[in-house]
Design a binder for this molecule. Structure first.
Ligand code: SF4
Length: 309
């Protein structure tokens, strides 16, 4: 059925984009190699991850709260809590169909968040058990991947690693994140994730602080992209914000071209719409202009990026 709804996804694994940037992902899907989580010592990682909850530093906010007793900025406790989990047909063509688990809570407070009801807890969320999560993943082994997203998956990293211990299927894992993980979390993810699906929003800490309420964005997100690039395959999403070409879009695309070249896929996304509190900020209160989108896409092309839109 998904083939009818997303015909562009049918042969996407044979595309040049995938051959250049995601050759290992492709091999997992044609059963030539195993997903990384099936080959790593997860038990050790799970123990380390749960220990972090005693003084939480899973993301760079480093709230240092004991999440067995209280909650930090993300408002996630010591159990996995999700909004929904379903076969997602709206992701990049090579990822569709994607079994996507939407976790509650986020480490950011983006003023234009499209998933604000999940990220900022306007929904209640549903607590599931570790084994239920594993069972759900196994039941969707015919999808091209399991996609951990939110909100943001970082606060729920111990539960994700724990549940992967019980998954039997050879299914690629996707870490779909704002990339504000701490170094400890980056180490826990190492050798587990098959595709890092990143969200690189800003090049400018002032923009990040004003629009996502987060400090030291650039240093952290740049560091984590460099680490992820060394560890695994990557798709970088960049959402074109109106009026942020010079401060954000241009330097981000330049950095990707200089440092990762065609070995990553860049999705230069034109679907920004002013959601949630965006109307308060004059720069992002409207849709981007057609010329702004075309300028960003032209730059991606001129830089020789392995890009899609
Ligand atoms: S994951 Fe949540 S509690 Fe932990 S440091 Fe980040 S925001 Fe704070």
């Amino acid at each position: 059925m998904w083939q009818l709804l997303r015909p562009d996804a049918v042969n996407a694994l044979e595309s040049e984009n995938v051959k250049k940037a995601l050759p290992r992902y492709r091999k997992i899907l044609i059963k030539k190699v195993k997903a990384k989580f099936l080959k790593v010592n997860l038990k050790e990682k799970v123990e380390k991850a749960y220990k972090i909850l005693n003084s939480c530093g899973l993301c760079e906010r480093k709230c240092k709260v004991n999440r067995n007793k209280t909650k930090g900025f993300c408002k996630v406790g010591n159990e996995p809590i999700i909004s929904s989990a379903f076969v997602h047909l709206g992701e990049e063509p090579m990822l569709v169909p994607s079994f996507t688990i939407f976790f509650m809570g986020c480490t950011f407070h983006c003023q234009f968040c499209q998933n604000w009801s999940i990220s900022q807890w306007f929904e209640k969320g549903k607590i599931i058990t570790i084994k239920e999560m594993a069972k759900l993943i196994d039941e969707h082994k015919n999808c091209r991947n399991v996609n951990f997203v939110g909100g943001e998956p970082t606060p729920q990293l111990p539960f994700i690693l724990d549940s992967l211990q019980y998954v039997k299927s050879n299914i690629p894992t996707i870490w779909n994140s704002n990339f504000y993980m701490s170094l400890k979390s980056m180490n826990l993810l190492k050798n587990v994730i098959d595709i890092y699906l990143t969200d690189w929003k800003y090049w400018n800490n002032k923009c990040a602080e004003r629009l996502s309420k987060v400090k030291n964005y650039l240093e952290i997100v740049k560091r984590n992209h460099d680490l992820a690039f060394k560890d695994s395959e990557m798709i970088i999403r960049h959402l074109i914000l109106p009026n942020h070409f010079n401060c954000c879009t241009k330097p981000i695309l330049n950095y990707i071209a200089e440092n990762y070249g065609e070995k990553v896929i860049v999705n230069v996304m034109g679907q920004y719409r002013p959601e949630y509190k965006a109307h308060i900020y004059s720069d992002i209160a409207n849709y981007p202009k057609k010329e702004e989108l075309e300028k960003a896409w032209k730059l991606a092309e001129d830089l020789g990026l392995n890009w899609i839109k």
